[in-house]
Design a protein. Structure first.
Length: 116
């Protein structure tokens, strides 16, 4: 059974940093692309950042230059380092693994609140 568990969310002041982690189990983590998504109240879930099995990263325009996605295949974990956070970054952040024809799995989400 594939499981993804996010951690690291919380309340942070504007301009501050936060690092999210997503630990996976039940799948061959290293061969799949991973993604971080977020969903703010009243809005659709959106892709924030993704990383291929080879480590190539892509970012939403709104977070380029501020967020960094990385993965540690030895720990079956993907990270999202968020710097220079803005109030509009407030959302529930979700981790996703895309296993192609084998399906897609989501974590339970972790709340990030950027507020003074």
């Amino acid at each position: 059974q594939v499981q993804l568990v996010e951690s690291g969310g919380g309340v942070v002041q504007p301009g501050g940093p936060l690092r999210l982690s997503c630990a996976t189990s039940g799948t061959i983590f290293r061969i799949y692309p991973m993604g971080w998504y977020r969903q703010a109240p009243g809005k659709q879930r959106e892709l924030v950042a993704s990383i291929t099995s080879g480590g190539a990263a892509n970012y939403a325009d709104s977070v380029k230059g501020r967020f960094t996605i990385s993965r540690d295949n030895a720990r079956n974990t993907v990270y999202l380092q968020m710097n220079s956070l803005k109030p509009e970054d407030t959302a529930v952040y979700y981790c996703n693994v895309n296993r192609g024809p084998n399906g897609s799995n989501w974590g339970q989400g972790t709340q990030v609140t950027v507020s003074a």
